[in-house]
Design a protein around this ligand. Structure first.
Ligand code: GLU
Length: 571
């Protein structure tokens, strides 16, 4: 590798020659503040021992990926469980990828899951003393730090055009060497300060690059909170730190922002592990203490077609967008609990012991993280959601269901609002008991199952054939229904009612014992479960309803008789 010329040129005594300071002043004449000023403006935070400062730092791409929700949740949880600070920073320096105005959507979508920042970007305003929290508004802060690097001879302007860089890549491919801008391949690194200054004065466009001192043949020991120590190749790339649009790249913005926002723990996707040597070198160059890093496993799925594991994909998987869960009406707590099962292997056991427990009481730890990628498993989410919905009290269930319906099913919202206590009594069937029934996985399951309770909805279904057992004569079905209607008594307790239902079956030659029927099927029309099924179908238009006794009580004798009458006339 060539000796860096610029540093050599900068030796004291060469009074006639340009200095690093000259270059820095030429590039940033208006930047008067220094890194010291920034240290004062953003002082160390006064927090208790062990408190972590974490952040979620998304790019505004118009979409909250399930993997990003996971990342945000981890940052939030680590801050909360240590009495630290969790903040939101909008990483909007890649203006090509940015979908304008979507930063606010991200904030709102996270709030949907209960993840609200202690400070940071809130869409229409910032909160906190470490802002601005939108990178596009921090240009001057980055420039202050870059000016310092220029003065130290650790940054330089690069005038290479896109064509030159493309050509460099081809040469490197042909020579089978590591691609990139480094060492002897870093053309502009070797300009003298005078040359660089002359090119700038001539109006040549440029970006600013970091001047690395690493060598990829050497190793650097890095630490990841989840993986432990790792030996990676040192960075030797002269990465771009300031683009021609005046905004920094991710690497540099991360250095500056996480230092001056006083982040102590970075939780980010594992795709950033390979960049860690760059970040470590940047922190070392500035003489700053690097934060702790935890690279989170990427969320994977089993591909339905190939059977192979792959990343959860925005293009292929509906569950890659958190909006899918919101639209379907999954309970937020279910999703959060599910994401905790992905994070920590001991969470599920904790949840079994604490089904109604407060998630704040679970302590998330790095040594319980799985390392081989986290598998997203919709059936498992379904089970957890069912459990959450079953354990909700009826009032919470009703109000969350209404909130969902207002946005996604106006017809259902109208039905709930017309008579909230009727709705509550329906969804309360077999709820507030030791082992509540797991009827619903998500709020969009509720209405298809309970529509029949509403007389108008039931009447609409009368036009369709009812799913009575096709092996039974219509005449018999009519007789059973008529007899049921004539003898209906809902004032009795459940046990008596059940005995009455059995007796109804017996009157129409349904055996009162399954075994008896099975022994001699020719002698009977069926057994009593078959006669109860006739009643269930008759009053609901469906073979599957919540517990029949409760259903009948909620419908009431008049409505039941009206329905039976309608059904008999149509049979
Ligand atoms: N904006 C980066 C991303 O979306 C943030 C990574 C980080 O958290 O540092 O991947």
């Amino acid at each position: 590798m060539n000796t860096p010329k610029i540093e050599r040129d900068n030796k004291k005594g060469n009074a006639h020659m340009a200095t690093n300071k000259d270059l820095a002043e030429l590039i940033f004449p208006d930047i008067k503040e220094t890194v010291k000023d920034l240290e004062k403006r953003y002082p160390e935070r006064d927090l208790p021992d062990g408190a972590e400062v974490t952040r979620f730092a998304p790019s505004p791409t118009g979409f909250l990926h399930t993997g990003s929700l996971f990342t945000a949740l981890m940052a939030y949880k680590f801050a909360k469980q240590t009495n630290g600070v969790y903040f939101f920073r909008l990483e909007d320096t890649d203006q090509k990828r940015e979908v304008k105005g979507t930063g606010m959507d991200l904030v709102n979508q996270l709030a949907n899951f209960g993840i609200v920042a202690d400070e940071g970007y809130f869409g229409d305003h910032d909160e906190g003393n470490y802002g601005p929290y939108e990178q596009s508004k921090r240009a001057d802060i980055y420039k202050i730090v870059i000016k310092e690097l220029l003065k130290k001879g650790r940054a330089y302007p690069c005038f290479c055009t896109k064509e030159e860089l493309d050509e460099l890549r081809l040469v490197q491919e042909a020579n089978k060497v590591i691609p990139g801008y480094y060492g002897e391949y870093a053309k502009c690194r070797h300009y003298s300060l005078d040359e660089a200054i002359a090119l700038i004065k001539a109006g040549k466009p440029y970006v600013i690059r970091f001047k690395s001192r690493g060598n990829h043949l050497n190793h650097v020991r890095v630490h990841d909170e989840i993986r432990g120590d790792m030996d990676l190749s040192q960075n030797d790339q002269d990465i771009v730190i300031l683009k021609s649009d005046g905004l920094p790249t991710y690497h540099f913005a991360h250095l500056v922002d996480d230092h001056f926002m006083r982040t102590t723990l970075i939780t980010r996707g594992e795709e950033w592990i390979s960049s860690l040597p760059i970040h470590i070198e940047l922190f070392e160059t500035m003489g700053w203490k690097a934060p702790k890093y935890a690279h989170l496993p990427v969320i994977m799925v089993n591909d339905k077609e190939t059977g192979n594991r792959r990343k959860l994909s925005k293009r292929k998987d509906k569950e890659a967008a958190t909006s899918f869960f919101i639209q379907e009406g999954y309970p937020k707590k279910g999703i959060i609990e599910y994401l905790f099962t992905i994070a920590n292997s001991n969470f599920e056991a904790w949840l079994m012991e604490n089904p109604k427990g407060n998630l704040d009481d679970f302590h998330l730890s790095f040594d319980k993280f799985s390392l081989d990628g986290a598998l997203f498993d919709l059936p498992k989410l379904s089970n957890i959601s069912k459990e959450v919905l079953a354990n909700m009290d009826k009032t919470t269930f009703a109000s969350e269901c209404l909130a969902w319906a207002k946005t996604f099913s106006s017809e259902s919202a109208k039905l709930i609002e017309k008579d909230p206590s009727y709705f509550e009594s329906i969804i309360n069937i077999e709820r507030e008991q030791e082992k509540p029934r797991k009827d619903y996985e998500k709020f969009s399951d509720v209405f298809p199952k309970i529509r029949f309770f509403y007389p108008d909805c039931f009447d609409e279904t009368l036009q369709n054939p009812f799913p009575f057992n096709p092996h039974l004569d219509t005449a018999l079905i009519k007789e059973v229904l008529q007899d049921f209607s004539d003898t209906l008594d809902l004032s009795v307790d459940e046990e008596t009612w059940f005995a009455n239902m059995k007796a109804l079956g017996t009157r129409h030659n349904f055996a009162d014992d399954r075994k008896v029927y099975k022994k001699d099927p020719q002698a009977y029309n069926g057994w009593y479960a078959d006669s109860i099924a006739i009643v269930r179908t008759g009053i609901s238009g469906s073979t599957n309803t919540p517990k029949l006794y409760d259903t009948l009580k909620i419908l009431g004798a008049d409505e039941i008789r009206r329905r039976i009458n309608e059904v008999i006339h149509r049979l």
